[in-house]
Design a protein around this ligand. Sequence first.
Ligand code: AMP
Ligand code: MG
Length: 335
Amino acid sequence: MKTLILTADQTDQAAQIIKKGGLVAMPTETVYGLAADAFNGEAVASIFKAKGRPMDNPLIVHISSLDQIGSIVREFPEKARALAESFWPGPLTIILPKSDNIPIEVSAGLDTVAVRFPSHPVAKKLIAASCPLAAPSANLSGSPSPTTAAHVISDMNGRIDAIIDGGDCLVGVESTVITLACEPPRILRPGGITAEQIEKVIGHIEIDKAVTNPLEEGQQAASPGMKYKHYSPKAEVILLDGDDEAFEKYINETGDDRTAALCYNGQQDRLDCICLPIGEKGDYTAYAHNLFSSLREADEKGCTRVYAHCPETSGVGLAVYNRVIRAAGFKTVKL
Ligand code: AMP
Ligand code: MG
């Protein structure tokens, strides 16, 4: 299949492709999404095929207006309303009981559905010109999520109908996923909207254990996506847990000319390896923004190993930790 590369003002052409059951990669404020008509089970099934995604990993339905919510969920409780008012449009996904209109391919057989109202103008325009869109990240399953159209082309060229090039994604990691299908509500995946921000709006919430820990043998995943190896470049990723000095010493002692390090601005001078700067020291918003593109860059540079500093687990740091620990397959060296 020939994949069309469209510009941000060609959303009407992309909407025609969606309406015919095709697949379009679209920019969102988190990462690029691979979109299909959320009510067309056959089109949604082809997303799984194009990505090589396991069929038991459900998708998020993206809307462009609160009027669309009634066709997607059975209930929209007070807490959902409060979250929507505070954080939509934006990088927050809410899980609620699903309506019968939602095909089994979207929910992967669960009785719930994940919904998000993205803030990216191109995503909003595409949804408004077509319909609610089921969309996971537009990468091959397991690899780092795409934050530029070039990343999508690298994974998906020839596998999907079109890619809308909307430039660089602002947040850089996927949305925060919270389930309201249990009490207290629980964060299944951390993202750009933090647990601290959410608690200010709806009070006490829990954070699923799988956010920071590997699932134990036989344990059921509350969020099926959490059980798969994820976000990994070809290079081996290793998390280093210690202070800056120990981080630099360990890399300089163990690295070679195919070793890369995700470092903060200015740290390059003290590192004897391929440096991939990800922002100012302690700036986790910048770490989130640059994480996936840096992991892809390590592969482009032929690196075989990438060292990353263990992020803090509060605020946006928790989203970074959740991604980088999975990219590392939970390999951490305590310094
Ligand atoms: P992605 O599409 O790659 O951004 O991933 C979507 C995430 O949301 C995955 O981790 C899914 O497992 C999770 N998810 C989607 N729908 C549900 C649901 N109904 N219940 C629990 N987790 C869900
Ligand atoms: Mg994904």
